[in-house]
Ligand binder design. Structure first.
Ligand code: NAP
Length: 310
């Protein structure tokens, strides 16, 4: 399949991962077909404005509507599959059962349509053993379903996004930062832009990547390293501390994530040097802070608010 002739159906194209994948595919010469719930929305207009007109086609559909998925896959070479999850908070209105249903439906439609390559974005804590965190175990279930289907597939498991380190309520506007890791405990992170570049690389070389499942991350940072990097980028001291014990006890999700990190499962086990060789140009935390993350970092230094970490 020549990239120039190839159509890739991108799900979640108005969101973080899908947007990154759409941009990277278009830059490599693929034609992007974006399945969206509301073709007239401002997010869809913004997406279309960032890609050359002959590189993007918008089709209406819904992850909960199998017929729309099947229609969108007609003639597509590749499919990028990502689903919203309950881990993103109640505002998204997605249950764990919805996520699994959506993920399975995309994979079933891809197999039925005979697409050339399905790439599913999972999460780094997914795997054979349950984590007890619902929005990771959902992904393990979707992964297992995909592996049982007759379709060439690749599963990537992204680490925590660098972007979530800048969400409101983490304290950067007050000269401090709070997150899940202990000051001396490392956790892998990835820039959302790199997810797109990696997925584009995978779709360009099916024979190399088919059947593979692997974690993806661009850097590994401890709390102390974040304090040092944020202080340098801000030009003023920023101290780091882990979320207070009382918060971790009161908030079942944050407490569960902290325990998963302490147990190693959420720390990430991506082989970052090998990924850097396979996908040149991946962003370190410093490079991200000086580049694609710079505007969001500066905004976070100015913006307070309640904790919106999901
Ligand atoms: N944050 C992290 O650190 C992290 C790390 C690893 C994995 N993850 C996982 O990443 C996933 C979320 O990815 P993301 O951050 O890219 O999501 P996102 O930015 O919230 O975007 C969600 C996308 O899904 C679309 N969508 C939602 N419901 C839909 C439906 N019923 N039918 C069709 N499209 C629908 C949305 O479109 P609309 O424009 O219509 O709303 C949007 O494009 C979650 O499963 C999360 O667990 C997150």
């Amino acid at each position: 399949m020549s990239v120039q002739d190839g159509v890739v159906l991108v799900l979640g194209a108005t969101g973080q991962q899908g947007g990154s994948v759409a941009a990277a595919l278009a830059a490599e010469g693929w034609r992007v077909r974006a399945l969206v719930r509301d073709p007239a929305s401002a997010k869809v207009r913004a997406l279309a404005a960032t890609l050359a007109p002959n590189r993007i086609e918008v089709v209406p559909g819904d992850l909960g509507d199998a017929a729309s998925l099947r229609a969108a896959m007609k003639g597509a070479y590749g499919v990028f599959s990502v689903q919203p999850s309950s881990g993103q908070g109640a505002a998204h209105g997605v249950s764990d059962a919805d996520e699994v249903r959506y993920g399975r439906a995309v994979a079933d439609a891809a197999a039925e349509a005979g697409v050339g390559h399905l790439v599913y974005s999972s999460a780094n804590a997914a795997g054979a053993e349950r984590t007890g965190i619902a929005h990771f175990d959902t992904k393990s279930e979707i992964e297992a379903h995909i592996r049982g289907l007759a379709v060439a597939s690749t599963i990537v498991r992204p680490s925590a996004f660098m972007e979530i380190l800048l969400l409101p309520g983490l304290g950067l506007n007050e000269g401090r930062h709070r997150f899940l890791m202990r000051p001396d405990q490392a956790m892998q992170v990835i820039a959302v832009a790199d997810i797109g570049r990696i997925v584009a690389g995978i779709l360009a070389d099916r024979e190399r990547f088919r059947g593979r499942t692997f974690e993806i991350a661009g850097d590994s940072v401890s709390g102390n390293m974040l304090a040092e990097k944020f202080s340098r980028a801000a030009g003023c001291p920023i101290v780091y501390e882990r979320f207070p014990d009382a918060l971790l006890e009161d908030d079942p999700l944050l407490g569960g994530l902290a325990r998963l990190l302490d147990g190693g499962r959420l720390a990430g086990a991506a082989d970052i040097p090998a990924l850097r060789r396979e996908f040149p140009g991946m962003l370190s935390m410093d490079a991200w802070l000086a580049g694609p993350g710079k505007a969001a970092f500066e905004r976070a230094l100015r913006t307070g608010g309640g904790l919106a970490l999901r």
